[in-house]
Write a protein that binds this ligand. Sequence first.
Ligand SMILES: Cc1ncc(COP(=O)(O)O)c(C=O)c1O
Length: 319
Amino acid sequence: MFDRRTFLKKAGVLAGAFSANSLFNHLHAAEWGNLAEDYKNISPLEMAGNEDYWSVIQKGYSASSDPIIMLNNGGVSPSPIVVQQAVEKFNLMSNQGPSYYMWRILDQGRENLRESLAKLGGCSPEEIAVNRNATEALVTVIYGLDLNRGDEVIGSHQDYPNMMMAWKQREMREGIVYKQLSFKFPIENDDEIVAAYRNAITPKTKILHLTHVVNWTGQIMPVQKIARMAHDRGIEVIIDGAHSYGLLEFNIPDLEGDYFGTSLHKYLSAPIGSGMLWIKKDKISKVWPLVCAGDPKSDDIRKFESLGTRSFPIEQGIG
Ligand SMILES: Cc1ncc(COP(=O)(O)O)c(C=O)c1O
């Protein structure tokens, strides 16, 4: 019987599950928000040396300079304490009764999360799948697209190794042709970069694989300009946004790619092991899921989230 008492009890558990949004956290977020507001007219150079500003930021983190000084926030960033606490709290809850708390309670938080991520990305929630990292997001697309023997994909030697390996595997297994450009960064003239891709295109080219911010050098690629040039020729564009998301300010659709994958544990500082895939709505149905789905040809972005049992605490900690 689903009586009033059971209902209230369940509603209480649900409300409690997502109350990482406690009053304390709201105040904490407000403190950071106000800080950004107070300092918005100060130049980045002045800001860099302003200890008043940085002391507030520092209080939010447990990262320590003892015994090692961490200089690499790009591969993976430390999460603020509030994020770590959310993950710990969700983890404690999960272990009170995994099948109940994970599948019936935490799993229900994904739709809210999708909405929040869509707001941040300036896109529709129906275009966002939540997963574990940029590699998973991008390889879902790389392995999920139908390509025939002889079809060409153009990437570069400055793309991320995981993506290069995935394309090379398709080359070995299926006989697609994976061509890689070589750039000598920094290049300040966008047209030079656009021209390099344009000149490599042949009638067999189906996909351009682009890295938005190149992790080796920090080069920002003119992805929108390249995408426009590619679309004029009927070629699709995959964008690796692992090093741009949370660092540069942009709406994902404004890049004008067809597919965009990123980790959330880099500049966004979400829990380590969190990522996101964006696919333009009208392209979702043609991408095969990497894992499995009831209807693999569905145009529902959720088909990419059948990842089996994974860390729901990490996923909810993104929120
Ligand atoms: C450009 C780029 N793409 C993809 C990745 C892979 O990220 P992850 O290991 O989170 O999947 C990285 C990692 O640093 C990267 O720099």
